[in-house]
Write a protein that binds this ligand. Structure first.
Ligand SMILES: Cc1cc2nc3c(=O)[nH]c(=O)nc-3n(C[C@H](O)[C@H](O)[C@H](O)COP(=O)(O)OP(=O)(O)OC[C@H]3O[C@@H](n4cnc5c(N)ncnc54)[C@H](O)[C@@H]3O)c2cc1C
Length: 382
């Protein structure tokens, strides 16, 4: 039982930490204000090998594991969540389904570009009318000769409309099962396919330097060979992808929570009130101590979930616990960090303002907190 990082993991953490401080921090505020996608940062993350972290070397990956990805996400989110979610969605939602379920041809065609960060992929599960209840999917795909004809729409899809987005994997109803339930399958739709339209980016509360769009499919035709994995396995596929993704989101949330601690300590040592730094007051010290406690326990929760996953053990409940706890902690710490910064915490030029705006979505994306509780309760036999 040992959660200490080995030398390689420590080196990865240090290099991503330096990158976040030296490359991301100086430019991200402007991207956030202007709602622009940080292409140059993404290009450099690609050069560092971050998009290939948990993939085998065969297709251009770094030969690491999912925990390595989580360590990188934590360090990025400690400085900025838009950049971290771009990496998280690109790897765990974009490339991972192709790696896990794709044919040899699909892997060969798509993975080298996705793993180098030269291209991004989106994962289209959520629809305007249904999110938590993914079984309510309305998008349909009908086989017509050797082509799928897709009709429907998807909502809030990350990385789906950048200049370097190569494809979106889309879940669609492809038939009815013998028991009368919907047959769901996953299909690869390359960017630029006629009938596939990407709406302008949303106006969001946070994650303003990340890319999110509504997508529509209007008699959109793709080759039958674009089916990802087996027909009818769409539901099982996205459950697996989301279970893993929750550990990654937990790591991202821990990074944000820790970033709140970092910024609060710095500010509390500088800001004077009543003749001394506010950090001298126990009320402020206790807030920071509680924030550190929360970040630390949430980190242990995601380390535990990742360790179980990598050991090939069941990890659904632990991933849900990690995601639920870490996202709650991120919101708590963002609120307290803003409080410690007083009026300056409400000014966009301070990183804590970004942390505050970026924290809430962590309780919603890749399964809401209510959904995490449902998963935990179900796993407890209820
Ligand atoms: C910025 C952003 C990026 C995103 N990126 C992606 C992406 O890349 N790909 C993708 O597929 N999706 C993406 N999403 C979608 C996200 O995963 C969904 O928003 C989320 O799963 C919740 O679904 P919903 O918004 O439809 O809410 P709903 O499912 O409508 O839920 C509304 C509320 O009802 C609650 N609720 C629902 N059912 C129950 C129940 N049975 N019991 C108790 N409470 C319940 C929910 O917890 C929530 O509080 C993204 C969303 C955002 C905002």
């Amino acid at each position: 039982m040992d959660f200490r990082l080995d030398e390689e993991q420590q080196a990865l953490r240090e290099s991503v930490r330096d990158f976040a401080r030296e490359v991301v921090a100086p430019v991200i505020g402007e991207h956030y204000e202007n709602h622009t996608f940080p292409y140059e940062v993404v290009r450099q993350m690609g050069k560092m090998g971050l998009f290939g972290l948990p993939f085998p070397e065969e297709h251009g990956g770094m030969g690491g594991d999912y925990f390595a990805l989580c360590l990188a996400l934590e360090e990025l989110a400690r400085v900025d969540s838009s950049v971290a979610i771009t990496l998280e969605a690109a790897v765990s939602l974009g490339a991972m389904p192709i790696h896990r379920f794709g044919t040899a041809e699909q892997k060969e065609r798509w993975l080298p570009k996705l793993l180098s960060g030269e291209a991004l992929a989106g994962f289209g599960l959520t629809e305007p009318g249904t999110g938590s209840d993914a079984g309510g999917t309305q998008t349909r795909a009908v086989l017509d000769g050797d082509e799928w004809v897709i009709n429907g729409s998807k909502a809030f899809i990350t990385n789906s409309g950048t200049d370097i987005t190569a494809l979106v994997t889309v879940t669609a109803v492809t038939g009815t099962k013998p028991d009368g339930s919907k047959e769901l399958s996953t299909i690869i739709v390359p960017s630029g396919t006629p009938g596939f339209t990407v709406a302008p980016g949303y106006s969001k509360v946070g994650w303003n330097a990340s890319d999110t769009h509504e997508l529509t499919f209007d008699d959109c035709r793709v080759p039958a060979a674009n089916l990802l994995g087996e027909r009818g396995r769409g539901f099982a596929q996205f459950l697996r992808i989301l279970d893993e993704g929750r550990i990654a989101i937990a790591a991202l949330a821990v990074g944000l929570a820790q970033g709140c601690v970092d910024e609060s300590i710095k500010y509390a040592k500088e800001r004077q009130a009543f003749g001394q730094p506010i950090g001298n007051y126990q009320a402020i010290q206790f807030k920071i101590a509680d924030m550190e406690l929360k970040a630390h326990t949430a980190r242990l929760a995601y380390y535990d979930a990742a360790a179980r996953m990598l050991a090939g053990e069941p990890f659904k409940r632990q991933a849900a616990i990690a995601k639920l706890h870490a996202s709650t902690v991120a919101v708590d710490n963002a609120r307290e960090a803003t409080q410690i910064h007083g009026g300056y915490g409400f000014m966009n030029e301070y990183p804590v303002a970004r942390f505050w705006r970026d924290s809430k979505i962590l309780e919603i994306g890749e399964g809401t907190s209510e959904v995490q509780r449902m998963i935990i309760a179900r796993d407890l036999g209820m």
